[in-house]
Design a protein around this ligand. Structure first.
Ligand code: NAP
Length: 244
């Protein structure tokens, strides 16, 4: 019998994903960390999860690669048992600047990771969750989906718009299977995501709360959406953005 939720967090090695892993462990989840290249960072997060008394495995994965995604979920099931939840978080910004100057390869890669990667992970999660009778998915979107990212990354904002849409559509498609699908849309968060490391400080004045957010402030929203307290919430996009 399975006693604890088993949750796959893509991009769990750094930033928002790492904070989500730590918070989920505190809230009783066993955690599967998917990371792209930084094994040291993934191992550090795994040690924190284990210190909280929960089980953890790390898997190197490119979420835009179909075979890699299947290996991620196969490893999760083999090591920790049936997957009960997915946090689709692994994302990249791609080229920064006006669209007129963006290079096609950079945009293609960003769309593959931010959209196809989310779809591949969600597809496999839904297959597994249907087999075990339910589950929950949280997609990490962005306020860029509604703000549009002008001058910075319109292509990225468009990808996050797709994340919001897949959240709505998939939530309706799998509601009767006992699977809830929601999104969290962070505002500017202090992570290594930004091409300019000081971007969170520079944008603070334009945020109603006057500051950028911490990864831990996003993690609580993710944990709530995965919890039984959110049992009637599906298809929603929860903005966590200091009012932006
Ligand atoms: P981050 O600090 O740059 O961390 C990115 C994470 O994703 C790392 O763990 C990285 O692995 C992993 N990753 C990247 N590409 C991957 C791939 N193809 N396959 C597997 N893993 C991959 O980013 P973050 O700020 O935490 O962002 C997390 C999510 O929040 C993203 O979806 C982002 O769009 C969204 N978001 C961020 C902000 C913000 O202001 N930071 C705001 C709104 C939304 P490695 O450690 O191995 O490189």
């Amino acid at each position: 019998m399975q006693h604890h939720p088993v949750t796959v967090v893509t991009g769990g090695s750094r930033g928002i994903g790492a904070a989500v892993c730590v918070r989920l462990a505190e809230d009783g989840h066993d955690v599967v960390i998917g990371y792209r290249s930084n094994a040291t960072a993934a191992d550090e997060v795994a040690a924190t999860v284990r210190a909280a008394g929960r089980r953890c495995v790390t898997v190197q994965v490119d979420t835009a690669d179909e075979a890699d995604v299947d290996r991620l979920f196969d490893t999760a099931a083999a090591e920790l048992g049936p997957v009960t939840a997915l946090v689709n978080n692994a994302g990249v910004g791609g080229p920064v600047g006006p669209l007129a100057e963006a290079d096609a390869e950079g945009m293609r890669r960003a769309l593959e990771v931010n959209v196809l990667g989310y779809l591949l992970c969600a597809r496999r999660a839904v297959r597994d969750m249907k087999a075990r009778g339910g589950g929950a998915i949280v997609n990490i979107s962005s306020v860029a989906a509604t703000l549009g990212g002008p001058g910075e990354y319109v292509h990225y904002a468009a990808a996050k718009g797709a994340v919001d849409t897949l959240t709505v559509g998939l939530s309706k498609e799998v509601a009767e299977d006992g699977i809830r699908v929601n999104a969290v849309a962070p505002g500017v968060i202090w992570t290594e995501f930004h091409a300019d490391p000081q971007r969170p400080a520079k944008l603070a004045a334009g945020i109603p709360m006057g500051r950028s957010g911490q990864p831990s402030e996003v993690a609580g929203a993710v944990s709530w959406l995965l919890s039984d307290d959110a049992s009637y919430a599906t298809g929603t996009v929860l903005r966590v953005s200091g009012g932006r």
